[in-house]
Design a protein around this ligand. Structure first.
Ligand code: HEM
Length: 116
């Protein structure tokens, strides 16, 4: 059971790496845009995160306040990616604030996971 949970943690981390890596790749090449890879990373981190939010394969209590905050942030990132991508398709550009918020909130969720 513990090994299975560790595999799901690994998938959760891969999702985070894909989302944040795709975002950093655009940021450093000064392309203010969302890509499909970011959606895939968020989906993987989200699904794995929800599976990890259930108390299985552990012998300690989960912090549901922390998990609730992480889930709320995930929903905001999803909304930004969804609305921003639609706008990008329609107008050909993305408001910079939406782009930067996705990177900041993704990093914030990783920081909450590690530091809280
Ligand atoms: C963009 C969204 C997210 C990012 C970037 C993210 C990032 C991370 C990172 C970096 C870790 C590893 C921390 C460590 O091992 O010390 C982690 C662990 C974890 N995350 Fe997330 N997370 C996200 C969303 C979620 C969501 C929505 C949930 C559930 C509501 C969740 C539940 C968990 C749990 C339970 C762990 C601990 C795994 C364990 O040690 O058993 N995460 N997250």
């Amino acid at each position: 059971m513990e090994i299975l949970r560790s595999v799901v943690v690994l998938l959760h981390l891969v999702g985070f790496a894909v989302l944040f890596g795709a975002w950093v790749a655009e940021a450093v090449s000064r392309r203010i845009r969302f890509t499909r890879v970011m959606d895939w990373g968020l989906a993987l981190a989200g699904v794995a995160g929800l599976i990890l939010a259930a108390p299985w394969g552990i012998d300690y209590e989960l912090n549901y306040v922390k998990l609730g905050v992480k889930f709320a942030i995930l929903v905001v990132i999803g909304a930004l990616l969804g609305i921003g991508s639609a706008r990008q398709r329609r107008t050909g550009s993305l408001p910079p604030a939406m782009f930067w918020l996705v990177g900041i909130l993704t990093l914030a969720n990783a920081a909450i996971a590690v530091l809280w």
